[in-house]
Design a protein around this ligand. Structure first.
Ligand SMILES: Cc1cc2nc3c(=O)[nH]c(=O)nc-3n(C[C@H](O)[C@H](O)[C@H](O)COP(=O)(O)OP(=O)(O)OC[C@H]3O[C@@H](n4cnc5c(N)ncnc54)[C@H](O)[C@@H]3O)c2cc1C
Length: 384
């Protein structure tokens, strides 16, 4: 399977996206303190998302007729890399741009495409993903939230979702729900619905995480009435749609850059205070080398996507190794700083380290746990 990771270079026309984007984010992001930038895809900034939309950096791969840029997966790689490297607060548009837009493009009706996609491209509307439920995380096929068809058209929705990132700030949820049968039917009878989160009967409660922030939420549905066009794709085909959606989620470069602002700030620290410290230089070299290899692997996955393939196993491999890498950074940096207890460290760097240490365990949970990814890889290798 290693043959499928071939070295690729980014096309010059996509590399050219970097300079103007850097100018835009230099103004709005680069001057912010390190500990704020370390939050990056946990940072919600609708103004920035609208500015990115206005400048044509959202919906890069969508057709022009829906407000997109009709560019390829490489363009999205470059833009994601630039935003995450500087620690731009991307949470507002991130899920809509990465997943929901692709889902609507591939499975939505023409009316749904015309309604949602241009607004996503302008950075005006934000989506969340309603897959997990209490008791249904890895075992997603067991979801129990249920939408019953109602007389005269539409659906009546009851149930609960959990760990829904940013539902308290977003406009819409795309939820995986049961529209027929029972939980034991597993992959049969599941559908995806677009839910306007302002609909009566929807209650969103933020959950405070280890960092003290409320990134995710629990969402309750009590006799929520949804119109017939809330259904996205085919009734009962939700499982196949969700599987395709998760491939978009796992294949991006974002799975290696979550601790990058911290890494950068620490390298600046050792450069300024102890440029001859061999142990620190060796660690910086090791982490940079690992990052370079992971970036090359992520780019190889992007190349496969650009060629119209669906590299599910390779994307799982990059996510598993990539999240392990980004998870290791805070502890390694803490050890390095701890070896020099008398050396002053900028409070911003200490705060960024504290944040990354607390948030890092979630890297290998969000988007599918390590064990589940390894199951996919093992199956791909013919081992199970
Ligand atoms: C920061 C963050 C953001 C999230 N955002 C969202 C979101 O926006 N929308 C959403 O729907 N969900 C979201 N999630 C939920 C996430 O997708 C689930 O937490 C994840 O899928 C695991 O499900 P679970 O928590 O129910 O754990 P469980 O599935 O109960 O797993 C518990 C442990 O058992 C292991 N395990 C489970 N089944 C197997 C198996 N078959 N073989 C081997 N090991 C197994 C798991 O790997 C894990 O280690 C988010 C989670 C986090 C941490």
């Amino acid at each position: 399977m290693f043959d499928s990771f071939t070295l690729r270079a980014l096309p010059p026309e996509d590399e050219a996206l970097r300079e103007p984007l850097r100018a835009l984010i230099a103004e709005r992001v680069a001057a912010q303190p390190i500990d704020r930038r370390a939050r990056s895809w946990m940072g919600f900034d609708a103004d920035l998302s609208r500015a990115l939309g206005a400048a044509g950096y959202l919906g890069l791969t969508l057709p022009k007729r829906y407000g997109g840029q009709e560019r390829g997966a490489y363009a999205r790689f470059v833009v994601s890399e630039e935003l995450l490297s500087v620690g731009a607060p991307v949470a507002a548009h991130w899920i809509a741009d990465r997943q929901s837009a692709q889902l609507i493009l591939h499975f939505g009706t023409e009316a749904q495409r015309q309604d949602y996609l241009p607004r996503i491209c302008r950075g005006e509307i934000y989506f969340c993903i309603g897959m997990s439920e209490p008791g249904s995380g890895s075992d997603l096929a067991s979801v129990r939230t249920r939408a019953e068809p109602v007389e005269g058209g539409g659906w009546r929705l009851n149930g609960q979702k959990i760990w829904t990132t940013f539902a308290h700030h977003d406009d819409y949820m795309i939820a995986l729900v049961r529209t027929s049968g029972i939980s034991a039917d597993r992959h049969q009878g599941l559908s995806q619905l677009i839910i306007d989160l302002k609909t009566p009967g929807v209650t969103v409660r933020p959950i405070v995480d280890l960092t003290g922030d409320a990134h995710f939420t629990e969402v309750f549905f009590e006799d929520v009435h949804l119109p017939p066009d809330a259904l996205i794709g085919e009734e009962g085909a939700g499982w196949a749609q969700v599987t395709a959606e998760l491939a978009f989620e796992r294949s991006g470069p974002e799975r290696i850059y979550s601790s990058i602002v911290l890494l950068d700030a620490w390298i600046a620290h050792i450069r300024a205070h102890r440029p001859d410290d061999e142990a620190s230089l060796a660690l910086a070299g090791r982490l940079t080398a690992e990052l370079a290899v992971l970036r090359a692997m992520s780019l190889a996955v992007t190349a496969r996507l650009a060629e119209g393939e669906s590299p599910v196993i390779e994307a799982s491999l990059v996510k598993d190794i990539g999240t392990g890498f980004e998870q290791s950074i805070p502890a390694l940096i803490a050890d390095d700083l701890g070896r020099h207890p008398d050396q002053p460290v900028a409070p911003e760097l200490v705060r960024a380290l504290a944040f990354a240490t607390q948030i890092a365990p979630s890297y290998s949970l969000r988007g599918g746990t390590r064990e589940i990814l390894r199951g996919i890889i093992a199956r791909g290798l013919g081992l199970r």
